[in-house]
Ligand binder design. Structure first.
Ligand SMILES: [Zn+2]
Ligand SMILES: [Zn+2]
Length: 334
């Protein structure tokens, strides 16, 4: 296997794990078509592995993937984490098992970000508080407690002020102004059902306050993620992580949850806190897996050409037949 990405020349990271390729931390495989790729971390492109020993390598990766945890899945693509590796499994719809730890992981990242704002402010305040309280003889504990809450408010305000960058800024249907949306403006957004879009978000105009535009597709996803991150930025959202994870599972996965919220057409801010956290997690998962599916389609086109001669090998034909028979046997709980 080459050491660098064929598209951007960056060094491929990782050691390939069970694939035995010696490189790769994110590896995609398709047992059905006999494909194996190393995904470049720098540019996200898929590097097709050489044909030598490819089938054995795919089997080794598939075996490891079976022990891994499915993070997200569409009908065609599943993202599986096993130890330090991410496997992208193509083909057979896997059992969707979205586990709470995944959400915990995301929330921990947010907690670190929050701490980077809140802790320095609080430390500064404690120093100040000691000075002030010693001088005034007041209640030091009360001061610190109050300040920690205020620092949290500063963080929430920072998140709320983040700009929402869309492919094209929407124009308000009511007042005609170009909407410059920030995360906090999305609190009154409403997910709605649209025949031609997976995701449709009605947004309120920051200038006139009317529900002035409908975002769909990736713009809706982007705005929704910004808005939910803001609404869930409060420290108390952490308490809902477990409940939120269970909520996504009970709903039958991220897609169903989004559909259910869209059906109700309520504003984001009026959702129950745990549902709001659940929705944020679901939208994140969907964005990642949708992007992976898009990348796979592109990579598969190239692979089909590159491997053009492959199907003439009798050994391979036999192997694929065996895999397909095996796959049929596995299907029922699919
Ligand atoms: Zn690359
Ligand atoms: Zn307006």
């Amino acid at each position: 296997m080459y050491q660098t990405c064929a598209f951007c020349n960056a060094h491929l990271d990782g050691d390939g794990g069970p694939s035995g390729l010696g490189v790769g931390r994110r590896i995609a495989f398709d047992e059905w078509r006999g494909r194996l790729w190393v995904i470049c971390r720098a540019c996200g492109r898929w590097n097709l592995s050489p044909l030598d020993d490819r089938l054995e390598r795919i089997q080794a990766v598939a075996r490891a993937a079976q022990e891994g945890r499915v993070l997200a899945a569409t009908g065609q693509v599943a993202l599986v984490r096993w130890r330090d590796y991410d496997f992208v499994r193509i083909g057979r719809p896997p059992r969707v098992e979205l586990a709470g730890w995944r959400y915990g992981e995301r929330l921990r990242a947010r907690e670190r970000e929050r701490a980077s704002v809140v802790v320095p402010l609080t430390i500064a305040a404690v120093g100040l508080g000691v000075a002030v309280n010693v001088a005034a003889g007041g209640s030091f504990g009360f001061f610190v407690w109050n300040f920690a809450r205020m620092a949290d408010g500063v963080y929430v305000a920072l998140v709320g002020n983040r700009r929402v960058t869309l492919s094209e800024p929407p124009v308000c249907a009511a007042c005609g102004s170009v909407m410059q949306l920030r995360a906090r403006h999305l609190k009154d957004g409403r997910l709605v059902t649209e025949t031609h879009a997976d995701l449709a978000l009605v947004v309120r105009c920051p200038s006139c306050g009317a529900e002035g535009a409908l975002l769909t597709g990736s713009d809706a996803a982007q705005a929704l993620r910004r808005g939910l991150t803001y609404l869930n930025a409060k420290r108390s959202a952490r308490r809902h992580a477990e409940l939120a994870a269970r909520e996504v599972d009970q709903m039958g996965g991220p897609e169903r949850l989004v559909r259910e919220v869209s059906r109700r057409e309520v504003t984001l801010r009026s959702l129950r806190p745990e549902r709001r956290v659940a929705l944020e997690m679901a939208v994140d998962e969907l964005a990642e897996i949708t992007e992976l599916e898009r990348q796979w389609q592109e990579a598969e086109e190239i692979a089909a050409i590159a491997d053009g001669t492959l199907s003439t090998t009798p050994e391979l034909e036999e192997h694929l037949r065996r895999l397909k028979a095996q796959a049929k046997g596995d299907q029922p709980n699919g």
